[in-house]
Design a protein around this ligand. Sequence first.
Ligand code: SF4
Length: 350
Amino acid sequence: MIPLASVMKEKIAFYSLTLSDLESVLEGLGHKKFRARQLFQWVYLHKETNPENMLNLSKLFREEIPSLFHFELPEIILHKKSKDGTQKFLFRVGEKLSVETVLIPSGERNTLCVSSEVGCNMACNFCYTGTQKLKRRLTADEIVGQFLRVSHLLPENVKISNIVYMGMGEPLDNTDAVLKSIDILHAPLGINLSLKKITVSTSGIVSKIPLLTQSGVRLAVSLNASEDETRNKIMPINLKWNIKTLLEACRQHAIGTKDKVTLEYVLLKGINDSLEDARRVYEITKNVPSKINIIPFNEHPGAPYKKPLEKVVDAFQNELIYLGAQTLRRRTMGDDILAACGQLNSEATL
Ligand code: SF4
């Protein structure tokens, strides 16, 4: 429930409100609950933010709306297009900060990879974002705003079909805003994005995974190693929640949502790319309903790792397939504009 006092003092960012938040705000101001549904539909379904055009609302209410809400979206300060069709957007958030968002086309599907934080504190040492310390967690409207801004730029017949929380930041380090943004994007009266089209990726904050299970979204986890010694070195989060604990949380999520978990495995030359690694990955994941997404490392400025040779990547994947694992091979998209997985860094883009 949003305190009425704050409603009266300053305008609320409309895109930070779930439908039930909006109902609470308007009911608190003496309006009927259905007014919230009408307003929500105007904004998200009809893409109309000018109250004068919301003709099924009373004149009095229409006149009140501008004093209650603002409809500001984060500003795009840079827009780059890759030769493969991937687009990268740099958004200004607040005074001096920025985040990156990537749109990845693939056939009928257009996947938007959104950021949840400016920088990241998880310090995964293969990731470019991890070199940029956490400056700020994004608010729900800044996350929803990335989706809306990019949607508005697309031709009428092109829609964002999927959203992945895999941009800058650890989504489960900003759970409140991330879950709120999911609620807004999923709301059937508005954007109505299916929960099965929403994936949240985590480096392994095990204590927060049940929140994703409750919400019903898809889970992706950055595994990236077949044993703790290596994972401790490349992903410090493993010192808190080791591989066994993490994979048990994944298993519970898969059971709870009846959906396979995606286990991301970034292949780093000479670090985690041997056939022994592939065999261990199979052993530790065979009881987790999952698919293993193999991602050859995308190099970035100052990266301490190299991409393995193609034949090493093939051998790793073939070994997993031979043993019976379900695998995917991530096609590298947008690496010419540093928009590929693990290459986002808003300070470097500016
Ligand atoms: S991989 Fe994700 S969690 Fe790890 S440093 Fe990069 S953005 Fe943060």
